[in-house]
Design a protein around this ligand. Structure first.
Ligand SMILES: [Zn+2]
Length: 226
């Protein structure tokens, strides 16, 4: 058994060779670390071998057919692979990520479904939104490998209660560090799952600032239905 299936997210449409090269290299390393890489670029080649390309027709008059194919064969498929078949996501943030839209959607999907998200950036500036979706951010793959190698077995997988644990160790969703829970383990889903230090940070956020959503929703409520 491996330590979890990890989806490799990053540019395809605007990337060299569909982003196959970095995925190949990362996959090899993940296998050495006993993770199961889900390399969508390589899997697409397997699909094409058996069934041929999903779409080729970019004639503007067949636009809706093209759109329907993209919706089903890419948007639905890739997001479902993350939610149903993978335990975590590694996203490679580079120019081809920025030029497309799918990778960002995959990162948001991982976050929304409580899947650990590790962003590796080739660029010095990472947008705050993406940075904040990530469980942990790296600026090179070596640092990511080093981090993954030190994770306790199976911690990327959700346990029977839906938490990322390995015995009495848990993965903090805000800082990405592993923390220990003494005595009992959590017997219900804790979301977000936080280490003690991060509990304080979240408490500051929620209790020391007026809530922006609450303010705006209350502000627009009396005027939006006028
Ligand atoms: Zn933490």
């Amino acid at each position: 058994m491996n330590n979890g299936a990890i989806y490799l997210s990053g540019g395809m449409e605007k990337a060299v060779e569909n982003g196959a090269q970095w995925r190949r290299e990362v996959s090899k390393k993940l296998e050495e670390l006993n993770f199961f890489p889900v390399d969508i670029a390589a899997l697409d080649l397997e699909y094409i071998k058996k069934h041929g390309p999903v779409y080729l027709d970019t004639d503007p008059k067949n636009y809706l057919q093209y759109k329907s194919n993209i919706r089903h064969q890419f948007i639905y498929t890739d997001l479902r692979l993350i939610t149903d078949d993978c335990d975590a996501v590694i996203a490679y943030y580079d120019q081809s990520f920025k030029d497309g839209a799918g990778s960002f959607a995959e990162c948001q999907c991982a976050y929304d479904h409580g899947k650990p998200l590790f962003v590796v950036s080739a660029l010095p500036h990472v947008p705050s939104w993406l940075k904040s979706l990530s469980t942990k951010l790296f600026f090179n793959f070596e640092d990511l490998y080093h981090y993954l190698a030190k994770l306790p077995d199976d911690i990327l997988k959700a346990d029977r209660y839906g938490n990322h644990s390995s015995q009495n160790e848990y993965l903090c969703s805000l800082c990405g560090n592993v923390f220990e829970k003494s005595k009992h383990h959590f017997v219900s889903k804790v979301s977000p799952l936080l280490c003690i230090k991060c509990v304080d940070l979240v408490q500051n956020t929620r209790e020391k600032n007026a809530d922006r959503y609450q303010f705006i929703s209350e502000y627009i409520a009396p005027i939006k239905d006028r």
